[in-house]
Design a protein around this ligand. Structure first.
Ligand code: URA
Length: 277
């Protein structure tokens, strides 16, 4: 029998990339099976200390004082911090130095927002992907290009809308954010919405809809249905719609997205009229 060919490093690397494993968690590899010499404090000459296998789980180093010890403490700390930000720039600075979300340590940078902070329409997605992580801006990859097209279809572009994500750091390998990570990041995006103070909020896809609009219903039921959103200072209209990444996979659903886009135009016109009268 001919032996199975051993995969080359290039093939192995390609597999990792396809599987979404595209970042290392530490610069130095850790050999967790290494044998560690345990030096007895006062070794007896006749009975030298025997080598022992190091526990595969290395003891956790003590956390620096500013890192919340539990997810619950991190949520409280995010809530308290977000509430103190008087402006978007202050919020950005505060998030940049926030230590309570571990995603920050694997992401390249914070992806805060793009677009016009004076916009009347704000769109919120789930989390940055690879391209967003590199550029530091939301929705710049393939789904972002489709989002730009969708906005152009109703006469809008990034100078007229404001775009952000519930999670501002890319989850490693684009994995789904954990419920705890979402809860830790929620106070920041909520404060961001409050500070932008748009007339209309659009949640893109299921995770952003469920997190911001506090529903457990799936996007196929929630999309296209207006709900009230309380910013903290006033109530605005919010509309869930399909995420552009989903539309790339299921292009036949673009007709639903088009209905939602038309509804957004109508809502913007209505708020404009009521402001003028
Ligand atoms: N998907 C999102 O939800 N947000 C982005 O910024 C990019 C892709």
């Amino acid at each position: 029998m001919t032996p199975e060919p051993v995969p080359s490093l290039r093939q192995l690397l390609a597999f990792y990339v396809d599987a979404g494993v595209d970042c290392a968690l530490s610069d130095e590899p850790i050999d967790r099976l290494a044998v560690e010499e345990i030096v007895a404090e006062a070794p007896r000459p006749s009975a030298p200390a025997a080598p022992r296998l190091q526990s595969p789980i290395a003891p956790r180093p003590a956390l620096p004082a500013n890192i919340p010890a539990t997810p619950e403490a991190a949520i409280v700390s995010a809530r308290e911090a977000a509430a103190t930000a008087p402006t978007l720039e202050a919020l950005r600075a505060l998030m940049q130095s926030f230590d309570g979300c571990a995603l920050r340590t694997t992401a390249t940078q914070l992806v805060f927002a793009d677009g016009n902070p004076q916009a009347r329409l704000m769109l919120v997605g789930e989390a940055p992907g690879r391209d967003e992580d590199i550029e530091g801006l939301p929705f710049v990859g393939r789904s972002g290009k489709l989002l730009d097209l969708m906005l152009a279809a109703i006469g809008l572009d990034r100078s007229k809308v404001y775009i952000a994500n519930v999670i501002p750091w890319r989850p490693p390998g684009n994995r789904t954010p954990t419920p705890q990570e979402t809860q830790i990041c929620l106070p920041f995006i909520k404060r961001q919405i409050e500070l932008v103070n748009p007339d209309v909020l659009v949640t893109l896809g299921n995770p952003s809809t469920q997190a911001l609009l506090e529903t457990r219903e799936g996007i196929m039921r929630t999309r296209g249905r207006w709900v009230d959103y309380h910013t903290g200072t006033r109530t605005i209209r919010a509309l869930p719609t399909l995420h552009p990444a989903y539309l790339l996979r299921q292009p036949t659903y673009k007709r639903h997205a088009w209905q939602d886009l038309r509804a957004i135009v109508t809502a913007l016109e209505a708020t404009e009229k009521s402001a003028a009268s």
